[in-house]
Design a binder for this molecule. Sequence first.
Ligand code: EPU
Length: 339
Amino acid sequence: MKTEFDVSLKKYNTFGLDYKAERIIHLVSEKETSVLLSEDYEWKEKFLTIGGGSNLLFTGDFKGTLLHPVIMGIDIIEDQSGDVIVSAGSGIVWDDLVKWTVENGFSGLENLSLIPGNVGASPVQNIGAYGVEVSDIIEKVDTVRVDNGEPRSFDNSECGFRYRYSIFKGEEKGRFVVTRIFFRLRRNPVYRLDYGSLREEVNKLGDVNLLNIRRSVINIRRNKLPDPEITGNAGSFFKNPVVPEELAEELSRNYPGMPVYNEKPGYKKIAAGWLIEQCGWKGKRIGETGTYGKQALIIINYGNATGSEIFEFSENIRRSVLSKFSIELEREVEVVPSI
Ligand code: EPU
């Protein structure tokens, strides 16, 4: 365990905001996490667990404690009849894990290549891209209870997974620290190529195989999304709204080009980026913040934005979409108040 005080947050958030945290505790193992959390500490009232900081918007200094799991290790736990169970520590960089699975010929995560962040955050917001959500592949999630340090495992069905949602960001928020995740992968791959231009990209590279799918996803992402190392951003700022079928149908009649996807029965999902673009926000810059020119769903920091500026900008977008389409956008990014 390593503790630092008065720490710059710059490398802990992909918006690149330069606030400070009072304290950060780096946790290297499950055991250490359990021992630490078994004690009563006042800081438990004011703490936040962070991974790669790719889904956070700090709006000021964080006058509390950050828990930062740096738990490592990728292991094959079971390898039977085509299924391979692999466990990965929550501190591993997500794309390092995806790369490892592809190099080993295990299928499941290849469509999720190059998503920023750490393994530990993947179930929290149920990351997804190109027709796959991580909940399709997660077997179980190991955690430690914040109040008493006891280990607790959640099977996939106990995680309450939905689109960009799990109980870890819902009813159990702040009650568990994710330490290790178990994935059910396959030696006999099942390819999922039906999202957007993915199949076309793979065909350009030749054979349909795990490596070519990974390469294609990387190409599409590099082409469409800003690299947080260069331009501060946190990926999609809002979720794609899920609306009742009747509203989607009415809007489709008025806007025939509107992208609509199937959801649970009676509901449709609409592309938030399209809604935002229709309101005139695509590529728009105000001061140090704006939306990305190729993807209106992504809010970027031109370099010197403040967290509050980005937040205000996003609220203006939300108001526009509400007034034009009567749809309330929900944030995907977590706004961290300056406590
Ligand atoms: N679109 C527009 N204008 C825009 C942006 C998008 O018209 O400014 C249209 C596109 O033309 C397309 C549709 O909206 O018809 C969907 O766009 P895209 O394929 O880019 O995907 P998305 O729905 O905007 C979601 C995820 C992304 C993920 C991609 C690919 C959410 C909130 N976002 O974006 O995830 O990479 O699909 O699967 O679900 C993230 O979560 O941070 C993220 C980047």
